[in-house]
Ligand binder design. Structure first.
Ligand code: HEC
Length: 117
C-alpha cells in the first residue's frame, strides 16, 4: 500500500467509526419554542399521541407491541427501540410521519426517563 492509500483508508475508517458512534448517541433536537419539557405529562400529552398515531396497529395482542398501556411502552423506551425507530430513524409510524410538535413531546418525555406522570 502506498502512503496515500493508507491515509485514505485511515480517513475512511475514522469517518465510519465516528458516524456509527454519532448515530447511537444522536437524538433529535428538542424545540423548546413549541414545547415546555417540564410540563410534559404521560397522561395528558403522550398517551393521546400514542393512541392517535400508533393505535391503529399497536393495540391489544399486536405482535410488535401493545402500547395502549404504560408498561409495554415504557419497556420499548427502556430497551432503546422507541428512541431508535420513532425519534432517530422515524420509521414509526410507518405512514403519516409525526409532526414536529408530536416529536418534541415524545422526545421530552423520553429524555425525562418516560415517567408515568
Ligand atoms: C401501520 C401500522 C403501525 C403504526 C401506525 C405504528 N407501528 Fe410501530 N410497528 C409496526 C410494525 C409492523 C412493527 C414491527 C416491524 C419492526 O420492528 O420494524 C412495529 C414495531 C414497533 C416497535 C418495535 C417493537 C419491538 O419490540 O422491537 C416500536 C417501538 C414501535 N413500533 C413504535 C411505534 C410507535 C411509537 C408508533 C406511533 C408513533 C408506531 N409504532 C406506529 C407497525 C406500526
Amino acid at each position: 500500500m502506498t502512503m496515500k492509500t493508507i491515509l485514505l483508508f485511515g480517513a475512511l475508517s475514522a469517518f465510519f467509526l465516528s458516524s456509527c458512534t454519532y448515530d447511537r448517541i444522536e437524538v433529535p433536537p428538542v424545540k423548546p419554542v413549541s414545547i415546555n419539557c417540564d410540563s410534559v405529562s404521560y397522561q395528558r400529552d403522550v398517551a393521546p399521541i400514542i393512541s392517535a398515531r400508533c393505535g391503529s396497529c399497536h393495540t391489544a395482542s399486536y405482535i410488535s407491541g401493545d402500547f395502549t398501556t404504560y408498561e409495554p411502552l415504557k419497556a420499548v423506551v427502556d430497551n432503546g427501540r422507541f428512541r431508535q425507530l420513532v425519534l432517530v430513524d422515524k420509521t414509526m409510524p410507518t405512514v403519516e410521519h409525526l409532526s414536529q410538535e408530536e416529536l418534541d413531546v415524545l422526545t421530552c418525555w423520553v429524555n425525562k426517563g418516560a415517567p408515568q406522570n
